[in-house]
Design a protein around this ligand. Structure first.
Ligand code: SAM
Length: 284
């Protein structure tokens, strides 16, 4: 923090700063340092080890796109697993769907869940206490290796591939996720900002291709994840869900709508269009 500015330095050639009106609280957790600031423009900003996880201003974009695109593409999601996601925002969006009967949250750091329950309740908005929710405190890679349950949707809402989140970008983890999916099941994940982290697209592609017939990406523009579009990873045993027609997605949304501020059926379809500069990273 420099004179009421919080600086996030993810790259050696670029960083971003937020003016801070108040530091709300900061704790040294057993796994990660957790801090919460109040900022003009972005609202409350949650950081883990100095890296932004969520801002109350723009989290809706990220959470809506990782939740609603696969749910409407699949068409009948009943069971979901969120790996990471300790702030509860992903659970909140997934549980908007009445079809969802069971949502398992696998978070490595109990301190994040406790901290967010206490200081950031608007993000989970009651989702931790929803009767459909089960919270498991465990490393996602170990949980998935032991898991005998099948999910219609696995959402990997992880930190970047450094620190504890690193294992959630590995081939053994993707292989176990494939085993824990129902036949039409889908895996999505946050896959970085291609303009700055293009190798994440290449690596995920290579590590998923052996285990899924359909591996792809879709895009969302999230202001705090700077550098242009953010890539959201997609993997499934078939292309059916990803290639559902616009009419089908519109009909599913009309039949079972949820309140959104970013997601629409048109944005759903458009988000799979990849510019050539991003396509270049696929199959490298
Ligand atoms: N939207 C966020 C982003 O990309 O900046 C991700 C938010 S969410 C808070 C990320 C969560 O993943 C953190 O709470 C972190 O503790 C959790 N996490 C990191 N590595 C994990 C692992 N191996 N297993 C389960 N959870 C993990």
């Amino acid at each position: 923090m420099i004179q009421n500015w919080f600086e996030e330095t993810l790259y050696d050639h670029w960083r971003q700063s937020f003016r801070v009106t108040r530091e709300i609280t900061r704790i040294k957790g057993p796994m990660q340092d957790i801090a919460l600031f109040e900022t003009p423009g972005f609202g409350r900003v949650l950081t883990l080890d100095g890296v932004i996880q969520v801002t109350t201003g723009d989290e809706f974009i990220y959470h809506e796109m990782l939740a609603h695109v696969p749910v409407y593409a699949h068409g009948a999601v009943r069971s979901v697993c969120v790996v990471g996601g300790g702030d509860g925002g992903m659970l909140r969006e997934l549980l908007k769907h009445r079809s969802v009967e069971r949502a398992v949250l696998v978070e490595i750091d109990a301190a994040v869940v406790d901290f967010c329950r206490q200081h950031l309740p608007s993000v989970s908005d009651g989702a931790f206490d929803d009767p459909r929710t089960a919270i498991v405190i465990a490393d996602g890679i170990e949980y998935m290796a032991r898991c005998r349950e099948k999910f219609d949707l696995i959402v990997i809402d992880s930190t970047d591939p450094i620190g504890p989140g690193g294992v959630l970008f590995t081939e053994p983890f993707y292989k176990d996720c494939a085993r824990c999916l129902t036949p039409d099941g889908i895996v999505v994940n946050q896959n970085g900002v291609p303009f700055l982290q293009g190798e994440e697209i290449t690596d995920t592609w290579k590590r998923r291709r052996p285990h899924y017939a359909d591996v792809s990406y879709y895009l969302a523009a999230v202001p705090t994840y700077v550098g242009g579009f953010m890539a959201l990873g997609w993997a499934s045993a078939s292309t059916r869900a990803r290639t559902e027609s616009s009419e089908t997605i519109r009909a599913r949304f009309a039949a079972a709508p949820v309140a959104t501020r970013y997601y629409t059926p048109d944005i759903h379809k458009a988000s799979f269009a990849l510019p050539p500069y991003i396509r270049e990273y696929i199959g490298k």
